[in-house]
Design a protein around this ligand. Structure first.
Ligand code: ACO
Length: 306
């Protein structure tokens, strides 16, 4: 048993910051940023709750599902609006939901962690029939806009999916991981901005994600060539290229939005999923691999039969 996606929606702030804008604020250049990260521009200016409400409203509309029919809300975010209550409660109130709701924080691996949790709960006896899974982050308020090592990467954005129970098996395998020895590589204390050891994160991400993807495919009895669509966390296009090379998944199978969104943490995979959907790549039966990594360091991979 499992759950199928019957609706998807996205949210991005209107305000665009181009690489040229950043080059006026700090010692960097459009050429350097594009070459090292694949990013041209990013969007900032909305809190996590608004990103969640906007994307969930669009997902519910596409699914043709009334909020009263949703049995579970999970919000993946590392940037809640406030410490207490969870931002899922703010979204719950605004949408008029009647179900249980909670926040999940696994940094940029959060949406994929959330996919595994949601699918597993829907698979359990008496589990929810319809669930809303949102990935949204507002990184701009925790970004140090004077640090060229992080400000070129981070942004705000989100996406939401409506999942509906099915008797077919949809999630074929998964792998969740945390290497807490690396927990200080990306950090933001209460009231502080994000700090990151970029080069170390780059190396750790390529190794852990490549291993995780291969492990998850093996658990599903599949080969890299069986992957129809790869939805990787959008942190740096060079990381995605390196993962494709190490795993043997053709880069053309990946779906990427980073050029115009930057890295908005839990928002990136649903944003890439929405793009793959609009391009008709998420056809029934397709083998879809989601894989994310982030602060912790966490990683998560799933293989889903669409
Ligand atoms: N513009 C120009 N020059 C720069 C910039 C910049 N924005 N940033 C760094 N440099 C310089 C450095 O000072 C260094 O100069 P030096 O050789 O004279 O010392 C040189 O460029 C190379 O610096 P590196 O840090 O080695 O550059 P790298 O190619 O590793 O790129 C980057 C840096 C883009 C941050 C890369 O390491 C990266 O993407 N890392 C992964 C980050 C990531 O995935 N983070 C998301 C985690 S998810 C989450 O939880 C939010």
């Amino acid at each position: 048993m499992g759950a199928r996606m019957i609706g998807i929606g996205t949210a991005l702030p209107e305000k665009v910051i181009t690489n040229h804008d950043l080059a006026e604020m700090m010692d960097t250049s459009d050429e350097w940023i594009r070459e090292r990260t694949g990013i041209r521009e990013r969007r900032i200016g909305l809190p996590t709750s608004t990103l969640g409400i906007q994307s969930a409203t669009a997902a519910l509309e596409m699914a043709g599902v009334d909020p009263s029919e949703i049995d579970l809300l999970i919000l993946s975010t590392a940037t809640p609006d406030q410490r207490v209550p969870g931002t899922s409660a703010v979204i719950h109130a605004e949408l008029g939901l009647r179900c249980g709701a909670f926040d999940l924080n696994a940094a940029c691996a959060g949406f994929t962690y959330g996919w595994v949790v949601t699918q597993s709960m829907m698979d359990a006896p008496g589990g929810p029939r319809r669930a809303l899974l949102i990935g949204a982050d507002s990184l701009s308020p925790v970004t140090n806009w004077e640090d060229r090592g992080t400000a070129i990467l981070f942004s705000d954005g989100g996406g939401a999916v409506v999942l509906e129970h099915t008797n077919e098996q949809t999630m074929l395998s998964w792998d969740l991981g945390t290497d807490s020895r690396h927990r200080r590589l990306i950090m933001a204390d209460h009231g502080a901005k994000l700090s990151m050891e970029g080069r170390e994160v780059f190396k750790a991400a390529v190794l852990s994600v490549s291993d995780s993807v291969l492990t998850t495919l093996e658990r599903a009895g599949l080969e890299p060539d069986d992957v129809d669509v790869l939805l990787p966390h959008q942190a740096n296009i060079r990381i995605i290229e390196a993962i494709c090379k190490r795993t043997g998944i053709a880069f053309e199978r990946s779906c990427n939005v980073i050029e115009y969104t930057g890295n908005n943490s839990s928002g990136t995979i649903p944003l890439a999923m929405a793009k793959a959907h609009s391009e008709g790549r998420l056809r029934p039966g397709a083998v879809v691999v989601m894989t994310g990594f982030g602060a912790g360091m966490t990683w998560a991979t799933t293989v889903t039969r669409w």
